[in-house]
Design a protein around this ligand. Structure first.
Ligand code: SAH
Ligand code: SF4
Length: 391
């Protein structure tokens, strides 16, 4: 299922300012008009030409003739008790169709900040509540990780750059007074690096100074470990886009049982690629580690994790697994999670335990299941040394 080739007429919301310039030159329009349209879309979230009130009617008609519109629509909004908002997003006019979810995550009042994530001038002041938005990059996912609802459902299609960016353009309209969008994480449905071209384009748009103007270091690409594309991302963005890698196991046998991608790119290939990633000074790679009781969560495995991370500027994000599959995969007890964390801390690693947000609306990581897809129950092989699983 190859992603579609980008053209401005087919994906105006996914087009860069210089592409607008070229298209407008070809139309015989003045160059500043091109930037005007770009700004309507990316600073005001308006993609319907008839609403672009400062354009000449003839130009609006030309743009309407392309069928230009916002390529995504928010169908429903669920608000959890903790303020997390889950948006169900559909794609009007798309032949591929499907729905994805995007989640707006406000900070908890007492949230211990990861210091790397906060150096903004208003950090520490009460005036601005910094919202993180989690966005999707595919409908479903081809990677098939056994604990993930998206993976179990399989890949239904790639999102276009416009569809990826539109999630943020629409999400921004739902911010509440006092909130500001600060971080975007590509941790929703899909494997971002499996849809590389659209994702790279979306990253350029989200961080464009004439558009949403997010700081590159506040946009995080999370990957299950597609090694050639990790290298490409490092080259294309000079290591400036934040990288998160879903590791989930310190050895190949355990990792392959959880994540089929490990057969194609085993740890012997992935870890050296992370060591070579061109990180900016004082930046670190986030290592995501979903803890599953009896599978990857023993203190021996924590020690093994310390060994494999040597030489990688890393911080570790521990995610107690969310049950997606009728509870087949269980998180360790709180004590188990803390024991795992303290092994890593004792070795000087920074470790954060990701708090589950929006649990009452199933917006937590890995719960962004396809609508209507029924996850199949799969047995998880026992591969961890001494890691028996009951039931
Ligand atoms: N495909 C990318 C990004 C989306 S998944 C990736 O795998 O990195 C975002 C994170 O949620 C990943 O670390 C993933 O492993 C984790 N995740 C998926 N299902 C989960 C679950 N049921 N419980 C906890 N974390 C889960
Ligand atoms: Fe895809 Fe990430 Fe889920 Fe794995 S964890 S199936 S890569 S979305």
């Amino acid at each position: 299922m190859p992603p579609a080739v980008h053209t401005l007429q087919q994906d105006p919301v996914g087009s860069l300012p210089e592409e607008w310039d070229l298209a407008f030159a070809a139309l015989g329009e003045r160059p500043f008009r091109a930037r005007q349209v770009f700004r309507w879309i990316h600073t005001r979230s308006v993609a319907e030409p008839d609403k672009m009130s400062d354009l000449a009617r003839s130009l609006r008609e030309k743009l309407s003739g392309w069928g230009m519109h916002m390529p995504a629509r928010v169908d429903t909004v669920h608000r959890a008790g903790d303020g997390t908002r889950k948006l169900l997003v559909a794609f009007p006019g798309s032949a591929r169709g499907g729905t994805v979810e995007t989640v707006l995550i406000p900070p908890l009042p007492d949230e211990g900040e990861d210091p790397d994530e906060d150096d903004s001038p208003e950090a520490g002041t009460a005036e601005v509540r910094r919202v993180t938005q989690c966005i999707s990059t595919q409908v479903g996912c081809a990677m098939g990780c056994v604990f993930c609802a998206s993976g179990v459902a399989g890949l239904k299609g790639h999102l276009t750059a416009g569809e990826i960016v539109a999630q943020v353009l629409l999400g921004r309209l739902l911010l509440e007074p006092g909130e500001a969008l600060r971080n975007v994480v590509l941790m929703g449905m899909g494997e971002p690096l499996h849809n590389y071209d659209a994702v790279a384009r979306a990253l350029r748009l989200l961080t464009h100074p004439e558009g949403l103007n997010l700081s590159t270091r506040r946009v995080t690409v999370s990957t299950s470990g597609l090694v050639p594309e990790i290298e490409r991302l490092g080259r294309d963005f000079n290591g400036e886009v934040a990288l998160a890698v879903s590791l989930h196991a310190p050895d190949d046998a355990t990792r392959t049982a959880l994540m089929p991608i490990n057969k194609r790119h085993p740890l012997g290939e992935l870890l050296p690629a992370l060591r070579r990633y061109p990180l900016a000074r004082r930046r670190r790679i986030t290592i995501e580690y979903t803890l599953i009781d009896g599978v990857n969560a023993s203190t021996d495995q924590a020690r093994a994790l310390v060994r494999v991370l040597r030489g990688i500027p890393a911080k570790v994000n521990l995610i107690p697994v969310n049950a997606v599959d009728g509870g087949v995969y269980k998180a360790p007890t709180r004590e188990g999670v803390l024991a795992f964390q303290s092994v890593l801390r004792a070795e000087g690693l920074s470790v954060f335990i990701r708090r589950t947000r929006g649990e009452d609306i199933a917006a937590a990581c890995g719960q962004l299941a396809l609508q209507g897809a029924r996850p199949v129950r799969r047995a998880l092989p026992v591969v961890a040394p001494g890691g028996g699983r009951g039931g």
